[in-house]
Design a protein around this ligand. Structure first.
Ligand SMILES: Cc1cc2nc3c(=O)[nH]c(=O)nc-3n(C[C@H](O)[C@H](O)[C@H](O)COP(=O)(O)O)c2cc1C
Ligand code: SF4
Length: 455
């Protein structure tokens, strides 16, 4: 049975008021397998495995054509990523990995899928396994999601019992497994290679790349890794078509998107709309405006590592890769942190630098030492003990950290520092100890003279 057409192929972000949710539809008890089936659940799997709608390559090509881009942060084309897997060798097992570590501050959208629509994720995982001919899909869920892990495991057990996972699925001859793995509370285990180390029972140290996971992933075997929300989009693409998906939302970054919105707004939460929503619509209309009628000051658009934007930079900007790049940031995970006029940007950055320092795995010197220095310097400024030179030192430190390490955690630590100082420098200067320029009665402008801190 093909699921009914929902949101015609031209649904754009501007139509958000009439948008019908497809990732988190408003169906009571959808987490129960019978309810999911009654609403068209597992029809995509039947279409592929029983009706021969796609062979593995055809499914990969269709997903590529849909324009689906990873929802885990880097926004890479999913079908293209699948195509990086080497040719099938029957003697070499291959794996899919579903990344549900969800530890980036400000990001809490995969959790909603685990709770309200776990079978959509499971169906997406089995289809993903089919597309890359994987023996199994490991799903890695952050340990703090203890109750959601149990909830998800129950859904997996139900799907096994109904023959949607396991041996000879739906009598098609295709067999594959799903293994639920519980994380142990480290942000770094969301990084793909570190996650694989952790799955193998080792300390979660990111691996040096190359080799990339498609060559050498879990247990040294070819592996593809995708985010939970990414895989949840796959059954929708199979049911409604690549064209339906690609014409929804932003042209070069299409599809439905879960926006996790937190901070100083009246109605925080996870909202589903097409990609490309106007930031102003999300804050003013969807989230009921700023709390207490305060003025909107700043936005972190996609999880704590994405560069903070000023309110002015958000004017006319939409939530998709192109528009946010133009505005000066990134879509990341679409985990939005909205800040009002009372927010102390130095205190904000202090909290962020503490997090990255705490979460650095310590393998690389620029990250292990650098994140500590970033935290120390920002803390010193926040406590009124810093001076103007610390600001330039912080920016210099970012230069020493970015692009010089094994994984992107170090970049993720440096970006908030660089961009918060660049965009809110006056607030940092105001907290620094007074300094004077030799021969001038000024504070701050580090470009024009030697700084003489007054102690
Ligand atoms: C420090 C760090 C933490 C990450 N945490 C997550 C995470 O919690 N969930 C996730 O899906 N991707 C995370 N990523 C990105 C993954 O490495 C990987 O790119 C992603 O899972 C790929 O899925 P996608 O192509 O579907 O987006 C993280 C990356 C880094 C560098
Ligand atoms: S960049 Fe940081 S988190 Fe990543 S491997 Fe190096 S030390 Fe570990």
């Amino acid at each position: 049975m093909e699921a009914p057409k929902i949101n015609d192929g031209t649904t754009k972000a501007g139509d958000w008021r009439t948008y019908q949710r497809v990732l988190l539809p408003p169906v009571r008890d959808l987490h129960q397998i019978e309810v999911y089936e009654q609403h068209g659940g597992y029809s995509a799997l039947r279409a592929v495995l029983n009706d021969g709608k796609f062979d593995p390559q055809g499914l990969g090509a269709h997903v590529k054509e849909s324009g689906l881009r990873g929802r885990g942060g880097a926004a890479f084309n999913t079908g293209m990523k699948w195509s990086f897997m080497p040719p099938v060798d029957p003697d070499v097992p291959r794996f899919l990995c579903c990344n549900g570590d969800e530890s980036e501050p400000g990001t809490f959208k995969d959790r909603q899928l685990f709770e309200y629509n776990p079978h959509l994720v499971i169906e997406g995982m089995v289809l993903g396994n089919f597309a890359i001919t994987a023996k199994a899909c490991y799903i890695y869920i952050r340990g703090e999601y203890a109750s959601w892990i149990d909830h998800f495991q129950r859904a997996v057990d139900e799907a096994y019992a109904k023959g949607y996972i396991g041996e000879n699925i739906l009598g098609s001859g295709f067999s594959t497994d799903i293994v639920v793995h519980k994380g142990a509370g480290a942000y770094i285990c969301g990084e793909e290679t570190s996650l694989m180390e952790s799955l193998e029972g080792k300390r979660g140290y990111p691996r040096v790349k190359p080799p990339f996971p498609a060559q050498k992933g879990i247990w040294g075997r070819p592996t593809t890794i995708n985010n939970v929300e990414t895989l949840a989009c796959v059954p929708l693409i199979v049911n409604h078509g690549a064209e339906w998906f690609s014409s929804m939302g932003a042209e070069r970054h299409p599809g439905p998107l879960l926006y996790g919105i937190a901070g100083h707004i009246n109605k925080p939460g996870v909202y589903e709309f097409p990609t490309g929503m106007l930031i102003s619509d999300l804050i003013d209309e969807v989230c009921g405006g700023m709390r207490g009628g305060k003025k909107f000051k700043a936005l972190v658009p996609g999880g704590s590592s994405t560069p903070v934007l000023t309110a002015e930079q958000c004017v006319g900007a939409t939530m998709d890769s192109d528009s946010l790049r133009e505005a000066g940031s990134m879509l990341g995970t679409a985990g939005m942190l909205v800040m009002d006029e009372d927010t102390d940007m130095v205190a904000f950055l202090r909290r962020i630098t503490h997090f990255y320092h705490h979460e650095s795995c310590g393998q690389c010197t620029p990250c292990r030492e650098g994140t500590g220095w970033l935290e120390k310097l920002v803390t010193r400024i926040d406590e009124g003990e810093g001076n103007m030179r610390d600001l330039d030192l912080l920016l210099d430190l970012c230069d020493q950290i970015e692009g010089r390490t094994i994984c992107a955690l170090a970049d993720a630590a440096a970006w908030p520092v660089r961009w918060t100082i660049r965009r809110f420098r006056h607030e940092f200067e105001a907290k620094c100890k007074p300094a004077v320029f030799a021969g001038a009665d000024l504070q701050g402008d580090g470009a024009s003279g030697q700084l003489v801190p007054v102690v």
